[in-house]
Design a protein around this ligand. Structure first.
Ligand SMILES: [Zn+2]
Length: 287
């Protein structure tokens, strides 16, 4: 019955489509107001932020292509029908850039290294590549608001920027902050444990008690939240280093764990074991 074959194939396709779509089917894009015309947006993937100016919507990070229609609908709702003009990528990870092309912004801004790494990824849609890049700093303005993009040295990857909404005293830290959980430090994409901690210290020294701090993952927080994150990293790194100094092997250090104090920071992506293994790869201090 060769004529049935195409129908069988269609049936297989039809049955597999819901499985593919499922992961995002029930995801809702939620907006939390941060200031006038400025919002934190959550869905699935890295937290986003949106600023509505008199001309356009500026969006920080893109989550996944499958969510692009829902994200654009939310932006339209928040802006009384304005279009997404400028998309900014904090760094190159899929949960922050996968939606680049599908969101159809007028331009995409990122650090130079993001363009280099995404270009090297042949599976990444060319229409989603950054259209404008910079090496150190770039400022945009709209509605009397200055949006300052600042590159910080290698930390989570080698292409991370943070975004300052100057007048509103809000900072989007991208994945330089995983609020309340062990961070992912992508050593294969130019990340650095000590660079990561140093960048958090840098931000702590610039912000004040009123600053609203948007993390790449986790809940909206503030300076105290960033301090807790910093303390967790400093203390767990010190613990691992003490055990290394005692001559324990990596396996022994992982087996010993970090103790009860940090249990709540463990999550499915960066488990305690994975965090210890990251700390074990901290660069030696050279003076
Ligand atoms: Zn990331």
């Amino acid at each position: 019955m060769p004529r049935l074959y195409p129908y069988a194939l269609l049936l297989v396709l039809f049955l597999s489509l819901p499985a593919l779509a499922n992961r995002f089917a029930n995801v809702e894009i939620k907006a939390t107001p941060l200031a006038d015309n400025l919002y934190m947006l959550t869905g699935s993937g890295g937290n986003m932020a949106a600023l509505v100016t008199d001309k356009e919507v500026i969006l920080i990070d893109a989550q996944y292509a499958e969510l692009a229609d829902k994200i654009n609908a939310k932006l339209s709702e928040l802006s009384a029908g304005k279009q997404l003009g400028t998309l900014i990528n904090t760094h190159m990870h899929g949960d922050h850039v996968n939606g680049n092309s599908a969101l159809m912004p007028k331009r995409i801004i990122a650090h130079d290294n993001v363009l280099t790494r995404l270009t090297a990824d042949t599976a990444f849609p060319r229409t989603g590549l950054p259209t404008e890049t910079f090496s150190k700093q770039l400022s945009l303005s709209g509605n009397g608001q200055t949006v300052r993009l600042e590159y910080l040295p290698p930390s989570h990857t080698d292409g991370d920027i943070i975004v300052w909404f100057e007048q509103d005293n809000v900072v989007h830290m991208g994945d330089m902050l995983f609020e309340g959980r062990f961070p992912f430090i992508d050593l294969n994409n130019g990340g650095s444990v000590r660079g990561y901690i140093a960048n958090v210290v840098y931000v702590l020294n610039v912000i004040d008690e009123q600053t609203k701090v948007v993390p790449g993952h986790g809940e909206l927080t503030d300076k105290a939240g960033l301090q807790r994150f910093h303390q967790m990293m400093v203390k767990t790194l010190a613990l691992v280093e003490q055990q290394q100094a005692k001559g324990l092997s990596s396996e022994q250090i992982v087996a010993a764990g970090l103790g009860d104090e940090w249990l709540n920071w463990h999550w499915n992506f960066i488990t305690e074991e994975r965090w210890i293994n990251t700390l074990l790869q901290a660069e030696p201090i050279t003076q």
